[in-house]
Design a protein around this ligand. Structure first.
Ligand code: ZN
Length: 315
């Protein structure tokens, strides 16, 4: 099987409608074109992008008989929608319901400057201050993360960061920074870990919040590697979102497979038109109109929608 393993791969594979047609072509006829009209195996692509049967001469578009037949929306847009549907489990389908939960470490870090780093990062002169929140799993390991540019390290900036990204009732673990004072009043169980106390115990203060420390060191390395370190300030948030998207799906390699199954379904599915989705109401026997009300328009019945396929079909 042949499907993109990541969003980056998806984007490079399906940049144009021609790319998408090529993939559909392969999905439909992995052994080569077979004429749907006469069943003859073999034909050739002609200038209008259709296949011409070597036996009967009938021309068949690659999308004929698929869900994408006679579409008005560009194929690349359809493919992107399929990819989002298959991969963005929470983003597309359950917007706003995906705040972090359980035990969540929260901290800030500077990113984009010459010396990305977590601790001591409250110094000025570097690029962007970024709030970091990471779910901590028991007994070990990390769940999802969120990163967002914050204006400064004040409570007025950090409290909204926490409420936007962490579900109320969660345990929020921070250092003793005063910007986090008052989180308990916002509905969180707030655990504070003091750097000073850690230092006094001879422990590494950088290890106080291992989850955010990990994310805050991975993100700049990823930015450097993927974007050659050239991160425009105006796009930093998008890059951070992409990093979090990838981090949060680091274990779900099967997402591309869901996309493949979805397209396989679409390629094998009869084209669906709006009129197919909207079943025509059965004509009702008209009661005789009482005298004086003739010419009254018949009541319009609300058509019933039928679903062409279900999510469960994806297996
Ligand atoms: Zn034919």
């Amino acid at each position: 099987m042949y499907y993109p393993r990541s969003t980056g791969e998806f984007q490079s594979w399906f940049a144009t409608d021609a790319d998408c047609l090529d993939y559909l072509d392969w999905l439909r006829w992995p052994e080569g074109f077979v004429c749907p009209e006469c069943g003859h195996p073999g034909g050739w692509l002609v200038a209008d992008g259709r296949y011409k049967c070597a036996a009967c001469g009938k021309r068949t578009p690659v999308t004929a008989g698929t869900l994408f037949d006679r579409r008005r929306t560009p194929l690349a847009v359809w493919f992107a929608a399929c990819w989002m549907f298959a991969t963005a489990k929470d983003g597309v389908l359950r917007p706003g319901r995906d705040r972090l939960a359980g035990r969540v470490e929260v901290d800030e870090t500077y990113i984009g400057g010459e010396e990305p780093g977590l601790r001591g990062g409250r110094a000025r002169g570097k690029k962007a201050l970024v709030g970091v929140a990471v779910e901590v799993r028991e007994p070990r390991g990390y769940g999802r993360c969120r990163m967002e540019i914050v204006r400064d390290g004040s409570a007025a900036s950090l409290h909204p960061f926490v409420t936007r990204h962490v579900e109320p009732g969660a345990t929020v673990i921070t250092d003793a920074w005063m910007g986090y004072h008052g989180l308990a009043g916002l509905g969180y169980a707030h655990r504070r870990r003091s750097q000073r106390a850690a230092r006094a115990r001879g422990e590494d203060p950088g290890a106080l919040l291992p989850g955010v420390h990990r994310v805050a060191s991975l993100a700049p390395r990823w930015l450097l590697g993927t974007h050659q370190g050239r991160v425009d300030d105006t796009h930093l948030q998008s890059y951070l979102n992409e990093f979090c998207f990838r981090f949060n799906r680091r274990r779900s390699r099967s997402r591309g497979l869901v996309f493949y199954r979805l397209l396989e379904l679409a390629a094998g599915h009869d084209p669906v038109r709006y009129r197919d989705l909207v079943a025509r109401p059965k004509p009702k026997a008209k009661p005789p109109a009482p005298p004086g009300q003739r010419g009254h328009p018949p009541s319009i019945e609300r058509p019933r929608a039928a679903r062409p396929w279900r999510v469960a079909d994806l297996g």
